[in-house]
Design a protein around this ligand. Sequence first.
Ligand SMILES: Nc1ncnc2c1ncn2[C@@H]1O[C@H](COP(=O)(O)OP(=O)(O)O)[C@@H](O)[C@H]1O
Ligand SMILES: [Mg+2]
Length: 230
Amino acid sequence: MTLLSLLHVEASYGGGRVLNGVSLRLAAGEVVALMGRNGMGKTTTVRAIMGLAPWMRGQIMFAGRDIGQSAPHRIARAGIGLVPEGRHVFANLTVRENLIATARAGRGWSLERVLELLPQLGARYGAMARTLSGGEQQMLAIGRALLTNPSLLILDEATEGLSPKLRDEIYACLAAVRQSGMAVLLIDKHVAALSRLADRTIILEKGRVTWEGTAAELPSDATALSALGL
Ligand SMILES: Nc1ncnc2c1ncn2[C@@H]1O[C@H](COP(=O)(O)OP(=O)(O)O)[C@@H](O)[C@H]1O
Ligand SMILES: [Mg+2]
């Protein structure tokens, strides 16, 4: 069953067109990696989905509803959780306060279960978010998104600036999220890890989808990947 679909989505910030007709699909429970070099339109695609693009045209359907013209809070309530690029946790709230700020009872992600998945958060439970390391802040952003109990979790630059060890922890956490049946749209630069985690990869180049395929279809050598726009 299709959970999210974009059809000919165009977007701009007032200057030139940034998305030039993005069409993509994501099934319920599917993990899709959205890849592409810097400036190709990944974050803008996420903004368009979340209702945060300044100008957007085309169709965006989520769980059978047209959300293309919906307000961001309605889109979030419809069941899309976002871990934004740069994390954006509430710096002057504690870990606990960040987690409960947007929590919504639903299909299974309770505070207890999130702390079980991300024990680092329990260890820093009363600390101000601004005192956390980059990795801890990313885990907090993921925990916060999970607690809204979305059916789709979107992570924009999921492991940017993190050490290989922390990256692996994030990937392990996402593997557990995937086990729970949640769909994931994952933006990340680490092709090897993604091809293990994702069912499918979509590559964006200059605001267009230029390649789509399974992990097995993705070439493994750098030259071929570069030719695909990675
Ligand atoms: N707030 C903004 N105002 C104007 N142009 C922007 C803004 N954000 C992004 N852009 C431009 O849109 C294009 C796509 O950016 P973005 O979606 O952030 O790419 P990616 O996430 O793939 O790195 C880039 O050329 C970028 O310069
Ligand atoms: Mg980006």
